[in-house]
Design a protein around this ligand. Structure first.
Ligand code: NDP
Length: 240
């Protein structure tokens, strides 16, 4: 059997596509998200699905240890779970800022802390964090989302430097706009409409979640000695 892959946010979008692709390649999986039924419905072989909120560090760790007892130690953790609640600072409910920072930043750090020690001791392993192009450059109405994703870019770079002497890869992937459920959680309909209109107008509508998943898998499948440190991936027609 191949090595254990842990994917957070596997109930939709990139995470669900990664689950399908890593499973098709023979990896045992631990899939985490709150909508466990969506992950179970994939019916993937050698796959444990657990209802876990990534902000709950204890529940996150318990699920990882349970899967490791069955499938061996985690070789890849993809910290993919995330939320995007667009809005501007002047009017957005601060609870939405908090939610993004909790899930997108604290959730990622929780995952890293759970697997880093073992990976360091083994001198092997890979952590891939989902940042965003919004973790590299600013976009209107993205203040708190940018704050969270710049945070992911930054903390990943620090961890990369800390883990490099131990032969552990820590990568960040920064996708541009890709159609998934992500935008649907924004509460301001005007912002949703404007975002969709921009995508349609520039023609940035053809890249898929499956393309992003395949890129992440490509980075993982390279030899342990090769670190694709940071990947920016967008639709060819995305103009920003
Ligand atoms: P989706 O909304 O389709 O998927 C997000 C996933 O995260 C879902 O499975 C959701 O599951 C899970 N999730 C959300 N909150 C939590 C939580 N508290 N605990 C556990 N799981 C949670 O979005 P994408 O697939 O598009 O996004 C995946 C990642 O990629 C995110 O980090 C996003 O910021 C990033 N990204 C996406 C881009 C895009 O354009 N699509 C562009 C750049 C980056 P559930 O609700 O069942 O818990």
């Amino acid at each position: 059997m191949k090595k254990l892959v842990v994917i957070t946010g596997a109930s939709s979008g990139f995470g669900m596509e990664m689950a399908k692709q890593f499973s098709a390649d023979g990896h045992p999986l631990l899939l985490l998200a709150r909508r466990v039924e969506k992950m179970e419905a994939l019916n993937l072989k050698d796959t444990m699905c657990r209802k876990v909120d990534v902000t709950d560090a204890k529940a996150f760790e318990n699920a990882v240890r349970e899967a490791e007892a069955l499938y061996g130690q985690t070789d890849l953790l993809v910290n993919n779970a995330g939320v995007m609640l667009l809005g501007n600072i002047e009017s957005q409910d601060p609870l939405e800022w908090k939610k993004m920072l909790d899930v997108n930043v604290m959730g990622v750090m929780n995952g890293m802390q759970i697997v880093m020690k073992d990976m360091k001791e083994r001198k092997s392993g890979t952590i891939i964090n989902l940042s965003s192009i919004a973790g590299k450059q600013p976009f209107g109405n993205h203040a708190a989302y940018c704050a969270s994703k710049y945070g992911v870019t930054g903390l990943t770079a620090v961890a990369r430097a800390e883990m490099s002497p131990h032969n552990v890869r820590v990568l960040s992937i920064c996708p541009g706009a890709v159609s998934t459920e992500l935008l649907g959680h924004t509460t301001d309909q005007g912002i949703i409409d404007g975002y969709n209109e921009w995508k349609e107008t520039v023609g940035a509508i053809n890249i898929t979640a499956s393309d992003v998943a395949a890129t992440i898998k490509y980075a993982y499948d390279l030899p342990q000695a090769v670190s694709l440190r940071e990947i920016i991936i967008t639709d060819t027609m995305q103009d920003a």
